[in-house]
Design a protein around this ligand. Sequence first.
Ligand code: ZN
Length: 259
Amino acid sequence: MLVFSWSVVILLLGSSSWAEIATIEEDTSRELSVNLHHPDLIGGDIAIKPEASRNADPCTSRGCLWQKWSDGKVYIPYYIANHYSSREVSIITRGLESFSSVSCIRFRPYQNGDHEWLSIESRNGCYSYVGRQGGGQTVSLSRQGCLYHGTVQHELLHALGFNHEQTRSDRDNHIKVYWENIIDGMAYNFDKIKTLNQGTPYDYNSVMQYEKYAFSKNNRPTMMPIPNSNVSFGQATQMSQNDIDRLNRLYNCCKYSAA
Ligand SMILES: [Zn+2]
């Protein structure tokens, strides 16, 4: 039996595209209910256990990589809650399987005896822990607003150990943050993290990059690309090649790794 002690109380609005997901994450954060017995959310959709540090990359401090097997593949068990429709399950499954053709990550159904797994559930919002937590860990894909291919990949990349693109250590060379436009109390979503960037460049088209109005309190941009402010960013509908490259480097997927 799958029992989970963590839950989050947040509200969510509907959405019709991945481009709007960042807005949803913004809305979920606004409605965040902080409770020490519940996971906190940082970056809008990243769940952390209360004892975890907010700024340090959780992967570097706690060793959150999933185990690699002798055949060179990383098998990650998942369980999909039974409250999804078949159409919704197919969207989730497509997202899970999209990693197989481009990396050594293999999501596979939960089996008796598995000690750690992803529990994919429709809770209130789209969110995930960053990296492996041990035991069953929730990946919330709400039936209201999270069932898009890019969103599924985004949350799975969190579970694999990745943070948002705009929190990268080298963010300030590529994105200017307009702190004065950010909703009061939400500035921590833009705190930089000592991320391992795996030698990949900052990528405006990463599926982990928020859009320019994320967490805006006044309909003005909270982020602008530098030096060219005309470059579009935060519009990805699926993993970029850089997302794939850094995943393969983090997990040392030799066959798929370009470097
Ligand atoms: Zn996220």
